[in-house]
Design a binder for this molecule. Structure first.
Ligand code: UT7
Length: 348
């Protein structure tokens, strides 16, 4: 079956840099705590009015298309991963299609949070394998800053996340053994609520009925009440330590699964590009796999956790820095809300 290769890659990060000290102007936090627990030194935040998840995705896409040597009109399918879309619906895929003046091609939106890009890549890979499409644009983009609460009550969440976008063009590989060797995707919804944003949502469960201001009426009113909005119920929620514990198990598990499926071992990896959730998670995974520093790429220090954008931004920076050469074995891995997690093994 025809495998797929990354023919072009690009990323975009907003120019506004917020250091840890900058955040301490808004909430009770400090540089030492953030660096020690997460490794993050600074992050980028999009322009509040001018930039959106889609516009950042477009900037990254333009670079990926140029490097692939194709134009927007050559793209025959879009897969767009984000948890922070411009609109509740429709998704960013069609907005990108419109703004980039693409043909009336299919546009698919992926809602898989931190593992969104790995899921998106896997979906695109299947379309190339079956021969259905030849030029697929895969985008991961996030504008977290619009929905975060820059107050002490949300400090465990708001110091971690940043904005940005990454994109790749997937095309049929040129030769046998090149490109995406395999992808492995997983989910376990048992703990869906411990890293989540509940509103707006259609969940009329008991938990929601107990919230202050829940409207006592026959129809409607499930969206969000003013009281819920004011109480902070519409903000992202994360039980950080619980997510951390699960992540350090699932990251190595899904990397080993990918290696075993290809009859390879950790020593064969030339570069591991893990989702940038927390430097401590990456370091733990690195240690467990016995990989030296030069075989693991981290850039969370500069950008924080950019969720669906983190893997393509890191992959692109690593490639631009000359850390990926033809024939290298590159492993992508991600874990996040859902929980969902996955890996992709690529022969560059
Ligand atoms: O990519 C999506 C997946 N997400 C993740 O993978 C996140 C995984 N989890 C984590 O990265 C870590 O759990 C965090 C970085 C979120 C938190 O680090 P932690 O070492 O697990 O800290 P904690 O939540 O157990 O909090 C320890 C203390 C608490 O104070 P007390 O109760 O000990 O007095 C928090 O209130 O640190 C406090 N704290 C803060 N202090 C200063 C929480 N956030 C902050 C903050 N600044 N920003």
């Amino acid at each position: 079956m025809q495998s797929s290769k990354i023919a072009g890659i690009g990323y975009y990060v907003p120019k506004n840099i917020y250091t840890n000290d900058d955040l301490s102007r808004f909430m009770d936090t400090n540089d030492a705590w953030i660096q020690e627990r997460t490794g993050i030194k600074e992050r980028r935040f999009a322009d509040r009015l001018e930039e959106t998840t889609t516009t950042m995705g477009i900037e990254a896409s333009k670079i990926a298309l140029e490097r692939a040597g194709i134009t927007a009109q050559d793209v025959d399918f879009i897969v767009f991963a984000t948890l922070s879309p411009d609109y509740y619906f429709p998704g960013c895929g069609v907005l990108l299609q419109r703004e980039m003046k693409m043909k009336e091609i299919g546009a698919l939106d992926i809602r898989n949070q931190c593992s969104g890009f790995v899921y998106a890549l896997s979906v695109a890979d299947q379309f190339i394998k079956t021969g259905m499409y030849k030029n697929i644009l895969v985008v991961g983009s996030e504008k977290h800053s619009f929905a975060m609460d820059f107050n002490t009550r949300s400090r465990n969440v708001s110091v971690i996340f940043g904005d940005g976008a990454g994109a790749v063009v997937l095309q049929p590989a040129d030769r046998e053994g090149q490109g995406i060797l395999s992808t492995h995707l997983h989910s376990d919804g048992a703990d869906a609520e411990i890293l989540a944003m509940y509103y707006p949502g259609a969940h009329a469960n008991k938990w929601m009925r107990d919230q202050p201001g829940y409207p006592d009426q026959e129809l409607g009113g499930l969206f969000m009440t003013t009281e819920q909005l004011e109480s902070g119920a519409a903000l992202p929620y994360m039980d950080g330590p619980a997510v951390f514990k699960k992540a350090v198990v699932k990251f190595p598990e899904v990397i080993k699964e990918a290696l075993e499926a290809n009859h390879l071992g950790p020593q064969d990896i030339d570069l591991l590009v893990p989702h940038q959730a927390n430097l401590r998670i990456s370091q733990y995974v690195q240690q467990l796999l016995g990989l030296p520093d030069e075989k693991v790429f981290n850039n969370i220090q500069k950008y924080g956790n950019t969720t669906a954008a983190s893997v393509p931004i890191a992959l692109c920076e690593a490639w631009e820095a000359g850390k990926i050469k033809e024939g290298d074995l590159v492993c992508l891995a991600a874990f996040g809300s859902g929980f969902t997690w996955g890996s992709a093994l690529i022969r560059w």
